[in-house]
Design a protein around this ligand. Structure first.
Ligand code: AMP
Length: 467
């Protein structure tokens, strides 16, 4: 078994729009960066739910004909990247079911830490699971609740699960949004004329020209139906643990999450990085696209010119999603190309947001040196990624995370940099100001805010023992 879940997702929901499925399609298109393996939409015409789900990218899965099979005023959607369980169609979302009290559908972003335990209990009681997804546990718990209203059954279910969850749930005439009390993953609320919208990130609202109203609060359940929107806080308050990696890498820079502009935060991280780790060079070059905002900040702060020294081919998928090492190695080359005239004879600092395995940085730095750069330094706008995420970001296993077992100097040698420096944890936290205690930093610190039952006899150990 791996020492982590590998999962990244987006959710979207819309109530009271005549073209709910079309809007959901557009919303998912804007959220594609959060998961590229499968996508799905469930729509309701007030009586029954229709589901269309498939493996692949949103734009490849849905065409006009397929969207016509999704009539109604209410819809939810999901995009997913996961290799936890198998990457099969049965593990794609939303999950739609018919049960004794009607129909419901659910889309989940995040990971539950007690899903295995709950699943065993449910299976012992006769429940039959159709997927290996942790999210299906929530669906079973909702179906088994003895409460009458869907919203109450949802609250009943959520009281039993632990971990990270931003959810869009629907019945035939109702949309429910839930964010876990820690607030791990983002979820926002928008409005488009008479329609309410739930989305993982505000960039989805921008595309459909909806107004951003606010974030769904950590621990909040919003119920949206013909009577309007009501908000509930049924769970005890806990210390917040919003995912800091959403700011570092995962969210789109044009989004506004946890009450801050992602681009602004990333740029400020670059400013801070230049203060902490200045290097006297001729040009600042970002790794596109992930390093661009931080490189702009670094250049502004240091006064060193910003140059687009690497050109990205946008017409290929993100290499990171390719499961095989052989493809990943090839991928960097087909994805990025240096501008030789810019780099020849120059001293360069390359800026990226994070180093995960180290393979991308190594390839890029070699490429820049081959293009004629005289010195190649690297600066990273976050601290070393030392621990895997159990709450919904795809980081590889602990063993594959280069910073889990190598010093900065060893990583410098591996990636062939003349110098390498990371942003300090203090630098990161004070930049995501104002409430820097409100964040989960487990990937940088190993301090996991929600314990997982297997931590002590951890899969980390099992994995390391077997390797
Ligand atoms: P690596 O070669 O594994 O070190 O990959 C580092 C690159 O992956 C950096 O450019 C990061 O921006 C990017 N990255 C970091 N985290 C993730 C993630 N969870 N999914 C995809 N790419 C990522």
């Amino acid at each position: 078994m791996l020492d982590k879940f590998k999962e990244e997702c987006a959710v979207f929901g819309i109530f009271n729009h005549p073209e709910a499925a079309n809007m959901t399609y557009l919303g998912l298109y804007a959220l594609q960066h959060r998961g590229q393996e499968s996508a799905g939409i469930v729509a309701s015409n007030g009586k029954e739910l229709h589901l269309e789900v498939d493996m692949g990218l949103v734009a490849d899965i849905f065409d006009a004909e397929r969207l016509l099979r999704l009539p109604g005023h209410l819809a939810i959607g999901h995009t997913r990247y996961s290799t936890w369980g198998e990457s099969q169609l049965k593990n794609a979302q939303p999950i739609a079911i018919d049960y004794a009290r009607g129909s419901l559908a659910l889309a989940h972003n995040g990971n539950l830490v007690n899903a295995d335990h709950l699943r065993q209990e449910l299976e012992a009681g006769g429940s039959i699971f159709r997927s290996t997804m942790d999210s299906e546990v929530i669906v079973h718990l909702i179906a088994r609740s003895d409460r009458d209203r869907l919203a109450d059954r949802v609250i009943d279910a959520i009281e039993q699960v632990r971990g990270a969850y931003s959810l869009a749930i629907m019945g035939p005439n109702e949309l429910i949004g839930v964010r876990d009390p820690y607030g791990f993953r983002p979820l926002c609320l928008g409005k488009l004329r008479d329609a309410y919208i739930l989305a993982s990130e505000t960039c989805a609202l921008d595309l459909i020209e909806a107004e951003y109203l606010r974030d769904i609060e950590p621990g909040e359940v919003v119920i949206i139906n013909e009577e309007g929107l009501t908000s509930h806080f049924p769970f005890p308050k806990v210390k917040l643990a919003q995912c800091i990696f959403e700011f570092v890498y995962f969210s789109r820079p044009d989004s506004f999450i946890f009450n801050r502009s992602v681009h602004e935060v990333r740029k400020a991280l670059g400013h801070r990085l230049a203060k902490e780790a200045y290097v006297g060079v001729d040009i600042v070059v970002p790794v596109p696209d992930s390093g661009v905002p931080a490189a702009l900040g670094y250049a502004e702060e240091s006064g060193i010119p910003f140059e687009v020294g690497l050109i990205r081919n946008h017409y290929i998928g993100r290499t990171f999603i390719e499961p095989q090492q052989s493809i990943r190695h090839f991928g960097v080359k087909i994805k990025l190309n240096p501008i030789k005239r810019l780099l020849e004879g120059r001293r360069v600092v390359v800026i990226d947001d994070s180093i995960v395995r180290g393979t991308t940085s190594r390839k890029i730095l070699k490429m820049i040196r081959q293009a004629g750069a005289k010195e190649v330094h690297m600066r990273i706008s976050s601290p070393p990624t030392t621990h895997p995420c159990f709450y919904g970001i795809d980081t590889p296993t602990r063993r594959e995370l280069i910073a889990s077992s190598h010093s900065v100097e060893e990583i410098r040698k591996y990636i062939t940099a003349d110098s390498l420096e990371y942003l300090s944890p203090e630098g990161l936290l004070s930049t995501v100001y104002p409430n820097h205690n409100d964040y989960c930093t487990a990937c940088f610190t190993g301090e996991y805010p929600v314990e997982f039952p297997w931590k002590d006899r951890s899969q980390v150990e099992l994995f390391e023992a077997s390797s």
